[in-house]
Write a protein that binds this ligand. Sequence first.
Ligand SMILES: Cc1cc2nc3c(=O)[nH]c(=O)nc-3n(C[C@H](O)[C@H](O)[C@H](O)COP(=O)(O)OP(=O)(O)OC[C@H]3O[C@@H](n4cnc5c(N)ncnc54)[C@H](O)[C@@H]3O)c2cc1C
Length: 697
Amino acid sequence: MKANNTASLLKDGKELNTFTRPASDMQAERDRTSFPVREMTHFFNNGKENTEFLEKLFERIQRDPAFNNKDFYDLDYKPLRQRTFEQIGRMWSYLDELGADSPLARRFLSPFGMINPSAQTRVSVHYGLFVSALRGQGTDKQYEFWKSQGCLSLNRFYGCFGMTELGHGSNVAELETTATFDRATDEFIIHTPNTAATKWWIGGAAHSSNHTVCFARLIVDGKDYGVRNFVVPLRDPESHNLLPGIAVGDIGKKMGRDGIDNGWIQFSNVRIPRTYMLMRYSQVTPEGKVIEPPLAQLTYGALINGRVAMAYDSWVWARRFLTIALRYAAVRRQFSSTEGREESKLLDYVLHQRRLIPLLAQAIGIEAAATELYRLFDEVTHHQASLDTSDRKAVSDMVDKTKELFSLSAGLKAFSTWATVDTIDECRQACGGLGYLSATGFGQGFDDWVVNCTWEGDNNVLCLSAGRSLIQSGCKVLDGKHVTGAADYLGRIKTLRGKSLASGDLRDPKVLVGAWESVAAQAVMDAAEAYKKLRARGVSDKAAFEELSIDRFNIARLHTRCFQIKALFRKIANANPSIQKVLTNVGLLFALWSIEKNGSPFLQYGFLTSDDMNKVIDLVTFYCGEVRDQVIGITDSFNISDFFLNSPIGNYDGNAYENLMDSVTERNVPGTPCPYQDAMNAFFKRTPYEQPRLDEI
Ligand SMILES: Cc1cc2nc3c(=O)[nH]c(=O)nc-3n(C[C@H](O)[C@H](O)[C@H](O)COP(=O)(O)OP(=O)(O)OC[C@H]3O[C@@H](n4cnc5c(N)ncnc54)[C@H](O)[C@@H]3O)c2cc1C
C-alpha cells in the first residue's frame, strides 16, 4: 500500500509531496522548541525520579504481549471483557511488585487507563473503592481481618462496591437495602425490599467479584439509623458459585468501558456476622447500642479516592488527545493563508491556535491543581489511618479536613472531567474527518471518558455540594470566624470587594490571581448573604439552599477555576528557571482565557470594563501565538509513547499519512471478501418482478 516515497507531483512548476512532507514538517516544528524538553517532563511528573520510574514501567508494559492494544478499538463487548480480565491477571504482577494498594500502584494505574480504561477501572473498583472502604470505614482489626482473607492479594478475593440502587444513585441517604440487626444471633440480615432497591451498575458484580461493600440502612429494634457499610460475601471463594440468598445479573452493553462486568445484585435475607459492619466511625454493640458517626460524610469516604483520581486522570487523558491533535495540526496542510504560497499547516491558522492552545494551557492547570489535591488526600488518608477515635480534638480536626477534601475534590472532579470531555471532542473536530475514524482513538476515548462526569458523584450534584460548602464558609466569615484551606481568601473579602483592574497589568500573574480571587470571593459572599437573608425570613435550610442552586453551581465554578489558576502559578514559581518563561506564558493564557470564558461576573462586579475585556480577548490571541512555537516541544515533554497514544495520526515521527495507511490496512486487510456478498448478489442480481397479465375477461 505504500507509495514510492520520492514520488512527487508537479503543479504549476512547484513540487508537491504530501506523502513525505509531514515528517520533515514535524522535525521543523520540533526544532523551534526553546526550552529543555526533559526538564519540562520532570515538571509534569513532579520530579525526575517519577519520570524515571514511569519510563521503566512503560517500557516494560509496551514490550509485554498481554497489553498489545492494536485491535482495541475493534473489539466487541464480550471479547473485551475477557481481554480485560486477562490483562488484570497480568497487571497483578506489576501491582504485586509496586505494593498493591500503594501510591506507586496509583501512578501505574492512571496511565494504564490509556491502554484499557476498563482494566484500570476494574482494578480501581477493588482497591480504590472496596479496599478503601475496608481501610477507611473499618476498624484496624477489621482491616487486618480482611487482609488475612486475601483482600490485598486478589487471591480467592475480588471486591465490588455495592452502593447505587436502581431507584437511588446520587441520593445515597435514601438507599433502600436494609441491614437489620438480629440480637439473638449477633448478625445482620441484608435484604432487598423491592425492585428499585436492587443494587445496580455494580462493577464486578456480574462475573468477577466474590465480596461487596454493601451500602444499607441500619435497622436496630425497628429504628432506622440511616446508611452504613457492610461487607457481604457474594460467591464461594473456591467454587465461585453464588451464596444462598444472593441473586446477580449482568446489566449488558454500555456506551463505553465495556470491559467492566457491571451487574445488579438482590439480597434475600442474607445473614452476615455483626462484625462485618464497618465500624471505624459508627458502631453497633452486641447489645444493639448504636454509636453514630461524627460526620455523615465519613461514611462515604471511599468515594473521595475515585474523585481525586478522576481529577488527575482528566490531565492524563486531555494531554493524550491534545498530543494527537496538535501533532496532526503541525503536519496537516489545508488551503493557503497567503495568496500563491504553499498550503498552510493547520497550526498556523489563528482560529486553530485559538481552539487548541488554550485547552493545552487548561490541561496543564488541571494537572497542577490535581497534584495539590492528591497531596491533601494523602495527608487526610494518613491522618485517618492513625486517628484515635476517642480523641475528640483529633476527630474534630479530621472532620474539618475531610469536609475540605470533600468540597475541593467535588469541584475539581466535576470541572476537570467536564473540561476533558470538551477537550477530547474539540481535538476530534480539529482532526477533521480523521477524528471520526475509530483508528485515531477519539470515538472510543470519548465514550470511555464521559462516564467520569456521572459515576462516583454526578458532576452537577457535586457542584451543588461544593457550592453548599462554599456558602457555609462564607457564612463563617460573616459570623467573624476564621476560614482555612482553599477558601481562605474569603477572609480577605473586605479588601477584595469592589476591586477593579484600574491600571493593573493583565500580563502580570499577581494581577490575574487578584482578579480571580476578587470575583470568586464576591460571588461566594453574595450567595452567603442571600442564604442568611432567606434563613432570617424563616425559609428552611434545605429550601434556602435549593433556592440558591444556580448560585451554588456558579460559585463552585468560579472557586474551582480560581484554585486551578493559583495552583498553576504556585507550581510555576517553583519550576526550574529554564522552563519558567514558556510556562508563565501558558499560565497567563490559562488565566486570561478563563476570564474570557467566564466574562460576565468580571463585568458584573466591575473588575473589568468592556474595554478591559477587549484587551483580555486580544491577549488570549497574543499568548496563543506566543505558545504556538512551543506546542510540539510541550507535547513531546508529556512523554507519551506511540504505543500509549494509540493513534497513528499523532505518532512522534509526524508521518501521519503513512502511519494511518499502515494501521488501517493492518486492521482491514485489503482483498478480504465482503462478508455480506450473498446479500448484495441477491439484491443487485434480482429478477424484476413482472406483473402477470390477464389478457381476456
Ligand atoms: C459505568 C458505570 C459504572 C458504575 N459503577 C458503579 C459501582 O461499581 N458501584 C456503585 O455503587 N455505583 C456505580 N455506578 C453508579 C453511579 O455512581 C451513579 O450512576 C451516579 O452516582 C449517579 O446516580 P444516578 O445514576 O442515580 O443519577 P441520578 O441521581 O438519578 O441523577 C440523574 C440526573 O439528575 C440530576 N440531579 C440529581 N439530583 C439533583 C438535584 N438535587 N438537583 C439538581 N439535579 C439533580 C443529576 O445531575 C443527573 O443529571 C456506576 C455508573 C456507571 C454509569
